[in-house]
Design a protein around this ligand. Structure first.
Ligand SMILES: [Zn+2]
Length: 241
Protein backbone atom coordinates (compact mmCIF):
# COMPACT_ATOMS: atom_id res chain seq x y z
CA UNK A 1 0.00 0.00 0.00
CA UNK A 2 2.79 2.40 0.95
CA UNK A 3 4.58 1.67 -2.31
CA UNK A 4 1.36 2.33 -4.20
CA UNK A 5 0.90 5.70 -2.44
CA UNK A 6 4.51 6.63 -3.15
CA UNK A 7 4.01 5.74 -6.80
CA UNK A 8 0.86 7.88 -7.04
CA UNK A 9 2.60 10.79 -5.27
CA UNK A 10 5.56 10.59 -7.66
CA UNK A 11 3.24 10.35 -10.63
CA UNK A 12 1.26 13.43 -9.60
CA UNK A 13 4.48 15.41 -9.13
CA UNK A 14 5.96 14.35 -12.48
CA UNK A 15 5.34 17.79 -13.94
CA UNK A 16 7.99 19.29 -11.66
CA UNK A 17 10.40 16.37 -11.43
CA UNK A 18 12.39 14.78 -14.25
CA UNK A 19 15.78 13.07 -14.54
CA UNK A 20 16.95 16.18 -16.37
CA UNK A 21 16.28 18.61 -13.51
CA UNK A 22 17.92 16.18 -11.06
CA UNK A 23 20.98 15.41 -13.20
CA UNK A 24 21.54 18.99 -14.45
CA UNK A 25 20.25 21.12 -11.53
CA UNK A 26 22.26 24.26 -12.39
CA UNK A 27 21.02 24.34 -15.98
CA UNK A 28 17.65 22.65 -16.50
CA UNK A 29 14.72 24.54 -15.01
CA UNK A 30 11.79 22.28 -15.87
CA UNK A 31 9.91 20.22 -18.40
CA UNK A 32 6.77 22.16 -19.21
CA UNK A 33 4.33 20.55 -21.59
CA UNK A 34 6.39 19.55 -24.56
CA UNK A 35 9.35 21.80 -23.83
CA UNK A 36 12.52 21.54 -21.81
CA UNK A 37 13.30 24.94 -20.31
CA UNK A 38 16.84 25.91 -19.33
CA UNK A 39 17.57 28.44 -16.60
CA UNK A 40 19.28 30.53 -19.31
CA UNK A 41 15.89 31.01 -20.99
CA UNK A 42 16.69 28.72 -23.90
CA UNK A 43 14.22 25.94 -24.64
CA UNK A 44 14.30 22.70 -26.62
CA UNK A 45 11.54 20.40 -27.82
CA UNK A 46 11.17 17.69 -25.17
CA UNK A 47 9.21 15.17 -27.23
CA UNK A 48 8.57 15.58 -30.96
CA UNK A 49 6.25 12.52 -30.85
CA UNK A 50 7.84 11.02 -33.97
CA UNK A 51 8.36 7.27 -34.39
CA UNK A 52 12.05 6.86 -35.23
CA UNK A 53 14.25 4.16 -36.65
CA UNK A 54 17.49 3.31 -34.85
CA UNK A 55 19.40 5.56 -37.27
CA UNK A 56 16.90 8.42 -36.84
CA UNK A 57 17.23 8.18 -33.05
CA UNK A 58 20.96 8.80 -33.49
CA UNK A 59 20.61 11.50 -36.16
CA UNK A 60 17.69 13.60 -34.86
CA UNK A 61 16.85 12.80 -31.24
CA UNK A 62 14.67 14.99 -29.06
CA UNK A 63 15.38 15.20 -25.31
CA UNK A 64 13.14 12.27 -24.44
CA UNK A 65 14.83 10.05 -27.08
CA UNK A 66 18.11 10.39 -25.17
CA UNK A 67 16.67 8.00 -22.58
CA UNK A 68 15.20 5.67 -25.21
CA UNK A 69 17.37 2.84 -23.87
CA UNK A 70 17.83 2.11 -20.18
CA UNK A 71 21.42 1.93 -19.01
CA UNK A 72 21.89 -1.52 -17.48
CA UNK A 73 24.54 -1.71 -14.79
CA UNK A 74 25.78 -4.97 -13.40
CA UNK A 75 25.79 -7.03 -16.58
CA UNK A 76 28.89 -7.67 -18.67
CA UNK A 77 27.11 -6.79 -21.87
CA UNK A 78 23.67 -5.52 -22.81
CA UNK A 79 22.59 -5.30 -26.38
CA UNK A 80 21.48 -1.65 -26.48
CA UNK A 81 23.16 1.70 -27.01
CA UNK A 82 22.06 3.64 -23.92
CA UNK A 83 23.85 6.99 -23.99
CA UNK A 84 24.83 6.91 -27.66
CA UNK A 85 21.70 8.90 -28.51
CA UNK A 86 22.65 12.53 -27.85
CA UNK A 87 20.92 15.77 -28.71
CA UNK A 88 23.87 18.05 -29.53
CA UNK A 89 21.93 21.23 -28.70
CA UNK A 90 21.27 19.94 -25.18
CA UNK A 91 24.96 19.28 -24.50
CA UNK A 92 26.01 22.55 -26.14
CA UNK A 93 23.71 24.44 -23.78
CA UNK A 94 25.21 22.70 -20.73
CA UNK A 95 28.93 22.44 -21.56
CA UNK A 96 29.58 25.03 -24.29
CA UNK A 97 28.45 25.88 -27.81
CA UNK A 98 31.88 25.81 -29.48
CA UNK A 99 35.34 24.38 -28.91
CA UNK A 100 36.38 27.68 -27.32
CA UNK A 101 33.31 27.76 -25.04
CA UNK A 102 33.92 24.21 -23.83
CA UNK A 103 37.63 24.89 -23.41
CA UNK A 104 36.89 27.86 -21.15
CA UNK A 105 35.10 25.43 -18.79
CA UNK A 106 37.93 22.85 -18.61
CA UNK A 107 40.10 22.22 -15.60
CA UNK A 108 43.22 20.09 -15.14
CA UNK A 109 42.83 16.78 -13.30
CA UNK A 110 45.86 14.78 -12.19
CA UNK A 111 44.81 11.28 -13.22
CA UNK A 112 45.63 8.48 -10.73
CA UNK A 113 48.39 10.53 -9.03
CA UNK A 114 50.25 7.53 -7.55
CA UNK A 115 49.92 4.99 -10.37
CA UNK A 116 49.92 7.16 -13.49
CA UNK A 117 50.22 10.88 -12.65
CA UNK A 118 49.01 12.18 -16.04
CA UNK A 119 47.50 15.66 -16.39
CA UNK A 120 44.21 15.59 -18.28
CA UNK A 121 41.57 18.19 -19.13
CA UNK A 122 37.93 17.79 -18.06
CA UNK A 123 34.87 20.04 -17.83
CA UNK A 124 34.19 21.49 -14.42
CA UNK A 125 30.54 22.10 -15.37
CA UNK A 126 27.79 20.13 -13.57
CA UNK A 127 30.28 18.39 -11.27
CA UNK A 128 31.95 16.46 -14.12
CA UNK A 129 35.59 17.02 -13.09
CA UNK A 130 34.73 16.45 -9.41
CA UNK A 131 33.18 13.11 -10.35
CA UNK A 132 36.29 12.21 -12.38
CA UNK A 133 38.55 13.06 -9.43
CA UNK A 134 36.54 10.64 -7.26
CA UNK A 135 36.94 7.92 -9.90
CA UNK A 136 40.67 8.66 -10.18
CA UNK A 137 41.23 8.51 -6.42
CA UNK A 138 39.51 5.12 -6.17
CA UNK A 139 41.26 3.62 -9.18
CA UNK A 140 44.57 4.87 -7.79
CA UNK A 141 44.21 2.23 -5.04
CA UNK A 142 44.40 -0.60 -7.62
CA UNK A 143 47.95 -1.19 -8.92
CA UNK A 144 46.71 -4.41 -10.56
CA UNK A 145 44.84 -2.26 -13.12
CA UNK A 146 47.71 0.13 -13.85
CA UNK A 147 48.22 -0.95 -17.48
CA UNK A 148 44.58 -0.15 -18.35
CA UNK A 149 44.77 3.26 -16.66
CA UNK A 150 48.14 4.37 -18.06
CA UNK A 151 48.64 6.34 -21.28
CA UNK A 152 45.14 7.87 -21.33
CA UNK A 153 43.74 7.83 -24.88
CA UNK A 154 42.12 11.27 -24.63
CA UNK A 155 39.52 13.49 -23.02
CA UNK A 156 38.51 16.81 -24.61
CA UNK A 157 38.49 16.88 -28.42
CA UNK A 158 35.93 18.93 -30.37
CA UNK A 159 35.19 16.54 -33.23
CA UNK A 160 32.51 14.52 -34.99
CA UNK A 161 32.15 10.76 -34.45
CA UNK A 162 34.08 8.82 -37.09
CA UNK A 163 31.89 8.18 -40.14
CA UNK A 164 29.11 10.60 -39.03
CA UNK A 165 28.23 14.30 -38.78
CA UNK A 166 27.29 13.93 -35.07
CA UNK A 167 29.45 15.55 -32.39
CA UNK A 168 31.38 13.12 -30.21
CA UNK A 169 30.84 13.36 -26.44
CA UNK A 170 34.59 14.15 -26.33
CA UNK A 171 33.62 17.57 -27.70
CA UNK A 172 32.08 18.54 -24.37
CA UNK A 173 34.96 17.61 -22.03
CA UNK A 174 32.88 14.97 -20.20
CA UNK A 175 34.50 11.86 -21.64
CA UNK A 176 37.70 9.91 -21.05
CA UNK A 177 39.21 7.14 -23.17
CA UNK A 178 41.50 4.96 -21.05
CA UNK A 179 44.40 2.99 -22.56
CA UNK A 180 43.59 2.36 -26.24
CA UNK A 181 46.08 -0.55 -26.29
CA UNK A 182 43.73 -2.69 -24.16
CA UNK A 183 40.49 -1.53 -25.75
CA UNK A 184 38.04 -2.74 -28.37
CA UNK A 185 35.95 -0.64 -30.73
CA UNK A 186 33.25 -2.01 -33.00
CA UNK A 187 34.48 -0.12 -36.09
CA UNK A 188 37.99 -1.58 -35.75
CA UNK A 189 36.63 -5.12 -35.43
CA UNK A 190 34.12 -5.01 -38.30
CA UNK A 191 36.34 -2.81 -40.48
CA UNK A 192 33.20 -0.81 -41.22
CA UNK A 193 31.24 2.27 -40.12
CA UNK A 194 27.83 0.82 -40.93
CA UNK A 195 25.43 0.97 -37.96
CA UNK A 196 23.53 -2.06 -39.31
CA UNK A 197 26.62 -4.28 -39.51
CA UNK A 198 26.40 -7.63 -37.71
CA UNK A 199 28.67 -7.16 -34.71
CA UNK A 200 30.37 -9.51 -32.30
CA UNK A 201 31.55 -8.37 -28.89
CA UNK A 202 35.02 -8.07 -27.40
CA UNK A 203 36.25 -6.59 -24.13
CA UNK A 204 39.48 -6.67 -22.12
CA UNK A 205 38.67 -3.96 -19.55
CA UNK A 206 38.18 -5.39 -15.99
CA UNK A 207 34.62 -4.93 -14.72
CA UNK A 208 36.00 -3.54 -11.44
CA UNK A 209 37.16 -0.43 -13.33
CA UNK A 210 33.71 -0.12 -14.90
CA UNK A 211 31.97 -0.39 -11.50
CA UNK A 212 34.01 2.51 -10.07
CA UNK A 213 33.21 4.79 -13.03
CA UNK A 214 29.51 3.90 -12.86
CA UNK A 215 29.40 4.58 -9.12
CA UNK A 216 30.26 8.21 -9.92
CA UNK A 217 27.85 8.79 -12.81
CA UNK A 218 29.84 7.62 -15.84
CA UNK A 219 28.39 5.30 -18.48
CA UNK A 220 30.69 2.80 -20.18
CA UNK A 221 30.91 2.34 -23.97
CA UNK A 222 31.54 -1.35 -23.34
CA UNK A 223 27.84 -1.80 -22.57
CA UNK A 224 26.88 -0.66 -26.06
CA UNK A 225 25.96 -2.99 -28.89
CA UNK A 226 28.26 -0.64 -30.86
CA UNK A 227 30.94 -1.20 -28.22
CA UNK A 228 33.77 1.21 -27.39
CA UNK A 229 35.42 -0.27 -24.33
CA UNK A 230 37.98 2.51 -23.67
CA UNK A 231 35.17 5.10 -23.42
CA UNK A 232 33.64 6.46 -20.18
CA UNK A 233 31.24 9.39 -20.33
CA UNK A 234 29.76 11.51 -17.52
CA UNK A 235 25.98 11.11 -17.93
CA UNK A 236 24.32 11.51 -14.54
CA UNK A 237 20.81 11.32 -16.05
CA UNK A 238 21.23 7.53 -16.39
CA UNK A 239 21.81 7.12 -12.66
CA UNK A 240 18.88 9.15 -11.28
CA UNK A 241 16.90 6.72 -9.08
ZN1 LIG B 1 35.81 7.86 -26.41
Amino acid sequence: MLQFLLFITCYINLGAWSPWTTAYPDHVKEIKGNTLLFKSGKSLIYNDKKEKTTQELLDSPDIEDQLHYTYNQGVAKKNTDAGRIRNDDFFKEIYGKSAADVQANLTTVTWCPTLVNQKIQFSKVNGASNALIKVSNELDQHPEWKKYLSNIGGTFNWRVISGTTRLSAHSFGITIDINVAYSNYWQWDCGCKNEDAVLGYKNKIPMGIVAIFEKHGFIWGGRWKHYDTMHFEYRPEFFVP
